[in-house]
Design a protein around this ligand. Structure first.
Ligand code: AMP
Ligand code: ZN
Length: 114
């Protein structure tokens, strides 16, 4: 989608600190981190939110889900991590391209909550 911030990041039209990328997903650092490590994992194709998923999306959703702990460990979160997915206005979603927040370590004293 031409007007979508995260589509532009996936396409390389807007700079981001990308830490992982494959045929299905891209992971980059959140521009306003809420924890010492704060990453966003997004599908490479445009999907607004969890509200738009059907059973036909199971394959790539499973891939992203299975990659989350790998990416977390590769970014230093060896003792676990928090995953957050905001859905719709009531869920506080600000960017309408599905994204999985990966946060850690949330035990850090300076963590501001999420
Ligand atoms: P949400 O409220 O779940 O839609 O979260 C959107 C997230 O995108 C927020 O945590 C923002 O800090 C983050 N964000 C917004 N613009 C950018 C950007 N250009 N690069 C990286 N992260 C961004
Ligand atoms: Zn998009």
């Amino acid at each position: 989608m031409t007007d979508c911030l995260f589509c532009k990041i996936v396409a390389g039209d807007i700079p981001a600190d990308i830490v992982y990328r494959d045929d299905i997903m891209t992971v980059f650092k959140d521009i306003s981190p809420k924890a010492p490590v704060h990453l966003l994992a997004v599908p490479n194709h445009h999907v607004e939110s969890l509200n738009d998923l059907t059973e036909e999306d199971a394959h790539w959703v499973a891939h992203i889900t299975c990659m989350l702990p790998v990416i977390a460990r590769d970014n230093g979160l060896t003792e676990g991590f928090r995953t957050v997915v905001n859905t719709g206005a009531g869920g506080g979603q600000e960017v309408y391209h599905l994204h999985y927040h990966i946060l850690g370590d949330v035990r850090d004293a300076n963590w501001r909550g999420f």
